[in-house]
Design a protein around this ligand. Sequence first.
Ligand code: BG6
Length: 513
Amino acid sequence: MTRPHPAPLANPLRALDDTRLPRIAGPSGMVIFGVTGDLARKKLLPAVYDLASRGLLPAGFTLIGFGRREWSKQDFEAYVKDAVTASARNDFNENVWNRLAEGMHFVTGAFDDDAAFDRLADLLAEMDATRGTGGNWAFYLSVPPEHFAGVINQLDRCGMAAQDENRWRRVIIEKPFGHDQASARELNAVVNTVFPENAVFRIDHYLGKETVQNIMALRFSNQMFEPVWNSHYIDHVQITMAEDIGLGGRAGYYDGIGAARDVIQNHLIQLLALVAMEEPTSFSPRRLKAEKLKVLRATTAVGPFEETTARGQYTAGWQGSERVVGLREEEGFDPNSTTETYAACTMQINSRRWAGVPFYLRTGKRLGRRVTEIALVFKRPPYQPFTEGQTDLLTNNAVVIRVQPDEGVLMRFGSKVPGSAFEVRDVNMDFSYSEAFTEQSPEAYERLILDALLDESSLFPTNDEVERSWEILDPVLEFWAAGGRPDEYQAGTWGPESADRMLRKDGREWRRP
Ligand code: BG6
């Protein structure tokens, strides 16, 4: 007799049911500061077009660029069109474009130019009257952090930040959000005196990636992972964000920031929080953030840092078949700079679930290949009934969440090699998004811009999370600042020798993805 299948308990993802329908932004517009920058050209403008192309923007959506160039509306349109044709995900469609272009305007001015901000305020009022934007505006700050306060104070001065019951005003802020905990605090104080926290959307574009959101689905909608997702079964966790590109034209931004501030403080610590947090009681922004903050408060960087961290600068080498220059030869980079392009550190989480499980985080430019992944590496079985010879080639089991490219989830376990002998070797079981689904993943920025317009803040780190992430990383940064030059690693390799030593001393090794 088969038993009746017990009804599952009400599960928290039930709240996501409503979100299966496409969400379309209500009447609104967006002003981009720093619209001529790299990020706007490569990511933000194409994302706006892709949203329009998917029918997710309101009919009167209005896009205003603000910058120093003496551009007419037509010049701005031509610039956006170039950006869209070069980088949008969806094919160029004249109808979509024409509708979007009707609502494009450009305001010429510097960030300290009162008259330019007054003109911007007048333009918003005119757009509200003629395009039905309803007084709802998002201000996207894609500008260097030294300009955040200036722009925000200007928005305040002209009344553009003022909230009222019938309209909303929101600010979307790009990283880097501060340089350390103290500066992040100061910035938050400036932002929060003008915009209430629920109107502030700090971008960490990794949270907009489908595979990153899937961490929650994987962990909390299934039964098979959570029971082993703890220190009883997991030996350690490796979080890797490797890039094959060098600094390219970004030396000006990167010098003085470096790999840890650029990637570990935000993207990797956010990944750690999602992998390590407890199950939220619901997926509302407030509950989700409470769990993330809780796990971040339990996280610290482990010392002694000369053994538990590593940093490096790339030297000339080969990237595939291309000969590439070293960091010091990159245009615009100060050859004496101590800014690292590779950073690795060890974190621990002081909780019942994770005590004794190191989280190794690493990121770098000009590494072997572009890959972002989270690998949960299991302990060895407590008893191995096979002989050493039979299991020589068997390594630890692992669950690997592949964030990009080849998005998916991989499980590594041992399997008998076919044949009359008995030998067990590693095999991979692979789930790939592109094979399992026909839908294409939207770009992270599409998701995040839409969410900001919809007032959906789950995927945006709060002021507390940002400050806590700096607090975790600051001791490592201070240690490095006192330490002179980083080690070297050859372009196209997997980082400096010190990074390998760092794991070897724990009897472990980095994955070579
Ligand atoms: C950005 C960093 O946040 O992320 C860049 O500032 C990095 O240095 C980029 O290249 C990588 O993003 P993605 O989405 O290509 O992994």
